[in-house]
Design a protein around this ligand. Structure first.
Ligand SMILES: Cc1cc2nc3c(=O)[nH]c(=O)nc-3n(C[C@H](O)[C@H](O)[C@H](O)COP(=O)(O)O)c2cc1C
Length: 217
């Protein structure tokens, strides 16, 4: 597929068929991810491929979104956080560059994928996977063969709105899409710190159901 078309037709996919994904193909896609730029060319990525259902369930118990449950493949993306440029969090940017490469490469191979940050507290993930101290969990990618053709998502703003030349100006300021952001932030913090057993009792199904429903694909 031609690059422009590939970029424009990629969508986040959250519903997958049961068709297994060849591990060699996953590795090839990750390899393409590692051709992304990285700050100071550190190339400090590490990718944990997750196939085992038990591990996915454990992640959900610790606070991951339930959308990871039915994805045949999960990829936990880690990056070396020992950077001098904390101001720009360049280790996160380097990881993100690889993630986008991975999403596009998956799409090029007719796979669907979705970038997921609805994850447990980092310290819990690090303990679960016995991750070395210097590696920062950045995101998780779910991957598999899509159940259906995704709906296309319209761009929210005209290009002219998003570009200014030589200085910043914008006719209509960007509105926060989140209403009651401060309240939501506090509630999310409480949710994330709530012990698993309590979450299981009250929160998980309710919140995740609502969260997953929001998306068409
Ligand atoms: C940093 C980041 C975190 C995201 N986290 C989640 C997530 O936790 N769960 C989810 O369903 N989608 C997640 N997404 C996917 C976005 O919801 C999706 O990209 C957005 O709705 C636009 O849809 P599209 O990717 O189909 O264009 C995330 C995307 C990014 C870039």
């Amino acid at each position: 597929m031609e690059l422009e078309n590939l970029i424009k037709t990629r969508r986040s996919i959250r519903n997958f068929t049961n068709q297994p994904v060849d591990l060699e193909l996953v590795k090839k896609i990750i390899e393409l991810g590692t051709h992304a730029p990285s700050a100071c060319n550190i190339q400090g990525w590490h990718f944990i491929i997750i196939k085992d259902q038990k591990i996915k369930d454990e992640m959900i118990d610790l606070g991951s979104s339930i959308i990871i449950k039915n994805a045949p493949i999960g990829i936990l993306v880690l990056y070396d956080q020992r950077t001098k440029n904390t101001e720009y969090q360049d280790h996160i940017q380097s990881a993100a560059a690889a993630i986008q490469n991975i999403l596009l490469s998956a799409h090029a191979h007719n796979l669907g994928a979705c970038w997921v940050c609805h994850l447990p507290l980092k310290e819990k993930l690090k303990k679960l996977f016995k991750i070395e101290k210097y590696l920062d969990p950045i995101a998780y990618i779910i991957m598999g063969y899509p159940q259906r053709e995704p709906y296309q998502v319209k761009r929210k703003y005209q290009l002219e709105e998003m570009i200014s030349i030589d200085k910043f100006y914008r006719k209509t300021p960007l509105q926060s899409t989140e209403k009651l952001l401060t309240l939501k932030k506090s509630l999310y913090k409480i949710y994330r710190h709530t012990p698993t057993w309590l979450k299981k009792l009250f929160f998980n199904k309710l919140i995740d159901k609502k969260f997953v429903k929001k998306f068409k694909n």
